[in-house]
Design a protein around this ligand. Structure first.
Ligand code: SF4
Ligand code: SF4
Length: 485
């Protein structure tokens, strides 16, 4: 993959004054992308609308839950340490689900990239979607490529000042709405809206909204294609997922070259490329696809639309710039028929991996326990010798009731002959009737006492049984009679 500089403008390393040496610094030039219409542009608008609708509206989806549990379908409830996704509820102890989701998303991305190239970058990545939205606003206020270039050269004219001011206000407002929507994923959206109206928002929320507004404004308004080229790690390692049968945006050199103006004297000997540079002018990253596949290319297909519109006008076949594989471009140049191979070792490998990760996640979700017990042995003292000579150990028992009903559990211990269990200070509960509220963790202070003739350091097992359903959960622990046991 070539590493090219933008072709919308000239990038020349600047010579430092005084020393006469080369600084190796080339200032980033503004990319003035031209508007274009066509199949891929239409698809890109559709993808943008769907992505923005999902992002902005999801926090308002409701999902009925019992009691005080929030009715928001997608919610990361930090104060109560829960994440909700429709019928799925993730507890802090189940954070491995998040890891599973991330692994699944990564393998899906690898799979799609190996098949279709950088379609994620071109149509669905949040950087692309928001940059597209910001560019739309810019175009609506300041005009298309030529008008914007002229405006930027017009000094401090009244027209420039008001158009730039309106653009930046709109960008900041979009940033604000974007940041606001993000915060809704961590709070009950209708309640937070009410709090905002009543000026009762916490400083944490305000800080998040402020920070995200500014970062959206900078990333989509100014950094734009530089995020894809310099900041995003995916652009760097995507070539590891490519092979010569991955779909890329390619220029058909065999058909296009030698390029030249339509009205050139030698036009008959020229290829189909009329060197109009429209494909370069519409490119949001400012590159010339005719120079080959480059790391800056996000596969948005806008140059395909541009070139197709030119080919249509000059009555030549469409697809001089198109989605194709490197292998097919080469086959055509040798006069062979191109083929598309979807089943390749790489795609088969990713399919297997994706299926395994998906099945493991599905199985773990379906078999997810609704009851868990944890036991923490006292660290100090490890044991107590009572006046009658018996040995006593103390434990902190946590019972996780993941159901939406209040439960009663019976606690027992196994592996310790003559063990006597006692409960300290739990309102209304006994060892045979430990009460735990719906969707909560019950904390209990437990003692085990054993006659000295049975007391020896050994492994034990705590077991709880749901008194209503017989559902059980066990956890291993230890009984100690001296330090080091
Ligand atoms: S070269 Fe074409 S596909 Fe690649 S980023 Fe530019 S316009 Fe999009
Ligand atoms: S738009 Fe097509 S014809 Fe025009 S310069 Fe690009 S490749 Fe050549």
């Amino acid at each position: 993959m070539n590493q090219q500089t933008n072709n919308n403008q000239e990038n020349t390393p600047q010579t430092s004054s005084g020393s006469g040496g080369v600084t190796y610094f080339a200032a980033q030039e503004t990319v003035y992308a031209k508007a274009i219409s066509g199949r891929f542009r239409t698809f890109k608008w559709g993808a943008m609308i769907v992505c923005l609708a999902i992002y902005y509206l999801s926090p308002f989806l409701r999902w009925a839950r019992p009691g005080d549990i929030p009715d928001q379908a997608i919610l990361i409830d930090l104060p109560s340490r829960r994440a909700y996704f429709f019928m799925i509820e993730i507890w802090p102890q189940e954070v491995y689900y998040i890891t599973g989701i991330l692994i699944f998303a990564a393998v899906t991305l690898f799979f799609i990239t190996s098949l279709l190239g950088r379609v994620w970058c071109g149509y669905f990545c949040f950087q692309t979607v928001w940059t597209d939205l910001y560019m739309l606003v810019e175009r609506m206020v300041q005009g298309d490529r030529n008008a914007r270039m002229k405006l930027d050269k017009s000094g401090f004219s009244f027209e420039r000042i008001w158009k730039k001011t309106v653009t930046h206000i709109c960008w900041l407002l979009i940033g604000l709405v974007t940041a606001g929507a993000f915060v809704f994923y961590f709070n009950d959206a209708p309640t937070l809206i009410q709090d905002i109206i009543n000026f009762q928002v916490s400083t944490t929320v305000l800080a998040f909204v402020g920070g995200l507004t500014i970062s959206t404004y900078i990333m989509a308004g100014f950094a734009r294609e530089q995020v894809c080229t310099y900041m995003c790690p995916y652009a760097r390692f995507q070539s590891a997922m490519f092979d010569d049968e991955t779909l890329i945006i390619g220029y058909d050199e065999t058909r296009g070259e030698p390029r030249g103006k339509l009205k050139a004297a030698s036009a008959e000997q020229l290829g189909d490329c009329i060197d109009c540079s429209l494909c370069v002018q519409v490119c949001p990253t400012g590159i010339d696809i005719r120079n080959g596949l480059q790391i800056q290319c996000i596969a948005c297909g806008l140059c395909v639309d541009a070139c197709d519109s030119v080919m249509e006008k000059i009555n030549r076949p469409l697809g001089l710039v198109r989605y194709d594989t490197e292998k097919n471009l080469e086959l055509r140049s040798q006069g062979h028929n191109p083929k598309l191979h979807l089943l390749r070792p790489r795609t088969i490998y990713y399919t297997i991996l994706l299926s395994v990760v998906g099945l493991v996640m599905l199985a773990s979700l379906l078999l997810r326990p609704v009851l868990e017990i944890n036991a923490i042995h006292d660290r100090n003292p490890l044991f107590v010798r009572l006046s009658d000579g018996s040995i006593r150990n103390g434990y902190e028992i946590k019972i996780l009731n993941k159901t939406h009903d209040e439960k009663s559990y019976k606690l027992s211990v196994e592996g310790l002959e003559g063990a006597v269990l006692s409960l300290q200070g739990a309102d209304g509960s006994t060892i045979d009737d430990l009460k735990v509220g719906p969707d909560t963790i019950g904390h209990f202070r437990i003692f085990i006492s054993v006659d000295k003739k049975h007391a020896k350091g050994q492994d034990i097992e705590f077991k709880i049984v749901d008194n209503a359903t017989g559902n059980e959960s066990e956890v291993d622990s230890v009984f100690m009679v001296k330090t080091g046991n």
